[in-house]
Ligand binder design. Sequence first.
Ligand code: ATP
Length: 234
Amino acid sequence: MLTVKDLHVSYGHIQALEGVSLEVPEGKIISIIGSNGAGKTTLLNTISGIVKQKAGTIEFEGQTLTRAAHQVVKLGLVHVPEGRKIFSGLTVKENLYAGAFIAKDKAKVEENIEKMYKMYPILEKRQNQHAGTLSGGEQQMLAICRGLMSEPKMILLDEPSLGLAPIIVQGVFELIKQISAQGLTVMLVEQNAKKALALCDYAYVLENGKIVVQGLGKELLCDDRIKKAYLGER
Ligand code: ATP
């Protein structure tokens, strides 16, 4: 569904990505793990059109992406950024409406809001509250649900577990599993390597802007190099 070929991105003299190639098949969960500064956010920002590459190509459903970020959403690819970036001064419901900015059919938008409420009932309870008053976990769920409001085919999730308590992280991963089971293709960037590898079908390990290891999530969980470097095991 998504093919990235030989992607190079730099910020001035800093080379953030150096020849990254990867494949995200339809309906799968693909994870990108790696430490701070490895280039994970840059990779997602380049795919969604926020950052421009120096070289390399990105294809989504056979179409080369050369468009601005809002046009990428229209193709069915949505990015839920790191730090959630919800509109804290707007209500929960207004945030959901904002996610449906490309939609033309009002009835469908309402139907989708109901779907989100069903999937995560706290959002309904808090629909008229300012989103900034939600807990961190609720804000993350809202950010994902807002992304789903445009009815994407694929979702890019940047560090959805960042800063959340373990029990809440569990809920976020359950939600990802649920949306994947509904047929959505997922690209998940995570520092929580253990959870990401357990959840995903296939994973890429990014180090200093390069893919250094790749394989099935369950295989990488047992890989000695990964255990030492990313899972805190010996
Ligand atoms: P983190 O988990 O901390 O977000 P990351 O793996 O997502 O890390 P990136 O944020 O993509 O990594 O950063 C990759 C490299 O590019 C780092 O060296 C970072 O300092 C640098 N970088 C990222 N954004 C910018 C920017 N806007 N201007 C200059 N350098 C940047």
